[in-house]
Design a protein around this ligand. Structure first.
Ligand SMILES: N[C@@H](CCC(=O)N[C@@H](CS)C(=O)NCC(=O)O)C(=O)O
Length: 208
């Protein structure tokens, strides 16, 4: 398996699922700052120019967080990272979609890349603030989904990978996490696979 990732990006959520599943995979680092996601070679693999990308052992190319997470859950179902019955499956889709496409895709994208929402030379600050507001609203909804539970579904699952990375980014930019998300984030940080991933990706400061 070949895994294309950027440390500290949304691919961290997939990286931790790969580690939780104890899979053997080769890592290919994609430096977004250097535009390595826009090279002809990378675009031939993933025309969207995004990370994560996963190339399975059978050569299937997966290029989207939810599809990769879903495939991992299904392909390695004995590890039980995948919801088993319809109600949990629907919750998994709803929560993952919201974390990935709303909190990340609409909120954090404004915080990290405000320029894509602005005419050249425009003031980035209002866009960043709007993004932070969207993230906070989104996290409040995710907190309601968590309720009093340790994980989003009955047990740790692929969905926690998505929630983790939007919590991790809030921590990185100093945005307060709602109480249940803060507890979930801490719980995730203590998981051996998550710890391994964060140390590998250069975040040892989280464990000091
Ligand atoms: N919806 C995509 C979003 C992936 C995404 O936006 N990844 C970011 C890194 S967190 C990226 O590759 N950005 C580079 C770009 O869009 O040019 C997914 O689920 O994988």
């Amino acid at each position: 398996m070949r895994f294309y990732m950027t440390p500290g990006s949304c691919s961290t959520g997939i990286h931790l699922l790969l580690e939780e599943l104890e899979l053997v995979f080769e890592v290919y680092l994609v430096d977004l700052m250097k535009g390595e996601n826009r090279t002809p070679e990378y675009l031939a693999l993933n025309p969207k120019g995004t990370v994560p990308t996963l190339v399975t052992d059978s050569g299937r190319i997966l290029t989207d967080f939810m599809s990769i997470a879903w495939w991992l859950g299904r392909a390695f179902s004995r590890s039980r990272l995948m919801p088993l019955e319809l109600t949990s499956e629907l919750k998994a889709l709803e929560v993952m979609n919201y974390a990935v496409n709303v909190v990340h895709g609409q909120g954090y994208t404004r915080v990290f890349t405000p320029q894509i929402y602005l005419p050249a030379g425009g003031d980035a600050e209002p866009i960043i603030q709007q993004g932070k507001q969207m993230v906070s609203t989104g996290l409040a909804w995710l907190e309601r989904c968590l309720g009093q539970s340790e994980y989003l579904l009955e047990q740790f699952s692929i969905v926690d990978g998505a929630l983790f990375y939007v919590e991790f980014w809030a921590d990185r930019i100093g945005l307060p996490l709602p109480q249940a998300c803060a507890a979930h984030y801490q719980r995730m940080l203590q998981r051996p696979a998550v710890r391994r991933v964060l140390l590998e990706e250069g975040y040892s400061s989280l464990y000091r």
